[in-house]
Design a binder for this molecule. Structure first.
Ligand code: ADP
Ligand code: MG
Length: 265
């Protein structure tokens, strides 16, 4: 897979469709304060503080069960917190629905709709909008086509998911997440099910897409090489707390805790 496509912003929906922003507007930061999630007496996330800069690509790295998916689901609005606050672009997210938060997400297990073509999968988030917010058919088709070009899958509109490789499917899933012009992009082990070679290609390619869209991105992984290669900063989670956050080189050179040192070994 080549990543040599010119770095040009893709044009988005026009203001005539009720949106002011083009495809990807000004990046928005994420600010999390004392965020807590508990199930009964079990504390899953323990007063997490985390600031993600606009346009940053942050990796959440940690062992299985450390709370990565829980944190991502809270950011997306798929679950509600037991305490603390989330601000998206400076706005308190507490009262916002999943749709209102305008987050794009891709999960490892978040399968494409099997009975729908690639076109319909990518168009889904736009096609289900209420009429007054829905772009015209032509605008949706243009958007899908732009995204397929960006994903280096031109001409794939009529295929079904069963006619795609695993890597191609995850690229379609990413196109679907981007179609709604999200404010932030959340990725939960999106390459987890793929083989090593494809994962490596997709890593570079994800970084390229991130740089071209400028979207604030949170990327969950349990694979330290993946986190270190792709991210601007890495947050290491353990037992619902952030053990350390910093640039990859910084964490490698100066692990802050015994856990981090052992985890990176
Ligand atoms: N709905 C739930 N009810 C009870 N416990 C849960 C629920 N969802 C997750 N957990 C627990 O929260 C912890 C963190 O899970 P998760 O966020 O999925 O971790 P990770 O993504 O880092 O593997 C685990 O111990 C898990 O069993
Ligand atoms: Mg998980």
């Amino acid at each position: 897979m080549s990543c040599d496509v010119a770095a040009e912003p893709i044009p988005g929906l026009t203001p005539a469709h009720g949106r002011s922003a083009a495809g990807f507007g000004a990046a928005q930061g994420i600010s999390v304060g004392a965020l807590t999630k508990a199930y009964g007496a079990q504390v899953i996330l323990d007063r997490i503080d985390l600031d993600i800069a606009p346009g940053e690509l942050l990796a959440l790295l940690g062992p299985s069960g450390s709370g990565k998916t829980t944190l991502l689901r809270l950011l997306a609005g798929l679950d509600s917190a037991s305490g603390g606050a989330i601000r998206l672009g400076g706005e308190d997210a507490a009262g916002l629905s999943v749709q209102e938060r305008r987050v794009g997400f891709v999960f490892q297990s978040y399968a494409l709709f099997r009975h729908m073509t690639v076109f319909d999968n990518i168009a889904y988030g736009l096609a289900v909008r209420p009429r007054r917010l829905r772009p015209s058919k032509a605008a949706i088709a243009a958007r899908v086509s732009e995204l397929l070009d960006m994903m280096q899958l031109p001409g794939f509109e009529k295929r079904f998911p069963s006619q795609l490789s695993g890597g191609q499917r995850q690229r379609v899933a990413l196109a679907r997440a981007l179609a709604i012009a999200p404010r932030v992009l959340l990725l939960d082990e999106p390459f987890g099910a793929l083989d090593a070679k494809v994962r490596k290609d997709l890593r570079k390619w994800l970084r390229d897409i991130h740089d071209r869209t400028g979207l604030t991105t949170v990327f969950v992984t349990h694979d330290q090489a993946e986190a270190m290669e792709v991210a601007d900063r890495v947050a290491i989670l353990n037992g619902g707390r952030i053990e350390q956050i910093g640039a990859p080189g910084e964490i490698r050179e100066r692990p802050a805790t015994a856990f981090v040192r052992a985890f990176l070994d």
